[in-house]
Design a protein around this ligand. Sequence first.
Ligand code: AMP
Ligand code: GLY
Length: 431
Amino acid sequence: MEQRKVLLIGGGGREHALAHALSKSSLLDKLYITPGNPGTAQHGENVSLDINEFDDVVDFCEDHHIDLVIVGPEQPLVEGITDYLHDYGIKVFGPTKGAAMLEGSKSYAKSIMQKYNIPTAGSEVFERHEVSKLDAYLAEEVRFPVVIKVDGLAAGKGVFICNDIDQAREYIDKIMNDVDLSAAAPLIVVEEFMQGEEVSVFAISDGSTAHYLMHAQDHKRIGDGDTGLNTGGMGAYAPAPVLTEQMRDHVMKTIVQPTIDGMAQEETPYLGILYVGLMMTADGPKVVEYNCRFGDPEAQVILPAIKSDVLELMITAVNGKLEYVSLDIDTDYYCSVVLASKGYPGSYEKGKIITGLNDLPEDVYVYHSGTEMSEEGQLLTKGGRVLNVVGSGSSLKEAIDNAYAGVAAISFDGAYHRKDIGAKGLAHFNK
Ligand code: AMP
Ligand code: GLY
């Protein structure tokens, strides 16, 4: 294959991990990242584009002869960047607007799961103006706890677990009155509460063939023991032992492939990374949610395990030829601990000097999330989640220990991290 010029969209830890993986490809001619961060700048050229202005992205691609655009985050995918670029003949690794609805609309995702017999929680959908019908349903027909969700993207803030009717009413009130939540809630989904351990399965698809990549477990809460507020994710590890190899094959056969087949049948074939959030219930794995991209921080522990050429895989997917390839995934474990700014996910200060990145132990790699380089060349904090410290090893314990050895080497004023990333995974080995 000839070499490619690639534009990667995004600027978080996931995109640093993607840039790192792409930079190892023999097929890469030139990598641009927008907006990128000081981490991605180690692997390519950061460029400043307004990615909400799809025309600007088209102009950049035409001026720089971009052969492939890779989209990291969900927002541009859900808004249709793929379709827009396709209209100009630009190739994109990432689903179209119709296919990205698996993440962009929870009621749509539910309808696909129902239609194609994909195991998930039972649910009912209400329109926004049907508040009294919704109230009657909650008062008379459901068994608590229930989960109430806004239909659209809500940056992780649109899911409410309600233990009783009073809590449910309080949340519905919040959905109706909060400007951002309201915008995401033309529809409201009420879902049965599922009990179990969560795990996320990642697959790559060209629209008909899907290959398993890896499965990982995120840590969404800010505090140890899964306490406190929800965050973008405070750490992850892979592979997560909660999903055995046998169960993994079962998930590919009963959940991932039927989703891909269903989307093809709907004439919205799904091309890209499919991220399936699962609950391991007593009745087997059930879908909690679909996402139309890599997770962040999950990408930081998945991409290092893929020994196949990631760019080649993406090009093969875009060409619809995944059925002819097999993947090389290594057998090591990976663990990523997020270093966050004090105060996150609430307000936090920026501009703190980061030290220690040049003295990392072996088997440790650091992906940047919210950092910036000062004019004097000093690395500073710039976000809530600042760095992802990734350790690897031939056992989960070794990967965790390596990640925390890395954490100990790095410092900035107010640095915070969870102390228990991977602990749930280790507990499986002690059962
Ligand atoms: P979602 O955005 O749909 O992934 O929901 C965010 C989080 O809420 C999930 O990762 C789960 O921890 C929790 N959650 C969502 N739906 C359910 C459910 N039906 N039962 C139990 N927990 C849920
Ligand atoms: N780590 C959760 C997500 O990327 O949605």
